[in-house]
Design a binder for this molecule. Structure first.
Ligand code: ZN
Length: 54
């Protein structure tokens, strides 16, 4: 399974917002807004979250 997560906090609580030119993602957990989002499988998600905790 692929998870779409916030690159800042690792949350899956993401909304996709359509802008004038490009869509942007918004994280409801930390307030991150941007066009970059991480798509990770179960294993990489766990690894990413462990790295965020450091
Ligand atoms: Zn976030």
């Amino acid at each position: 399974m692929i998870h779409r997560v916030c690159p800042q906090c690792g949350s899956e609580n993401i909304d996709f917002e359509i802008g004038f030119i490009t869509g942007k993602y918004k994280c409801n957990n930390c307030g991150y807004v941007g066009s970059v989002i991480f798509e990770l499988d179960d294993k990489n998600l766990e690894k990413f979250r462990n790295e965020l905790k450091k």
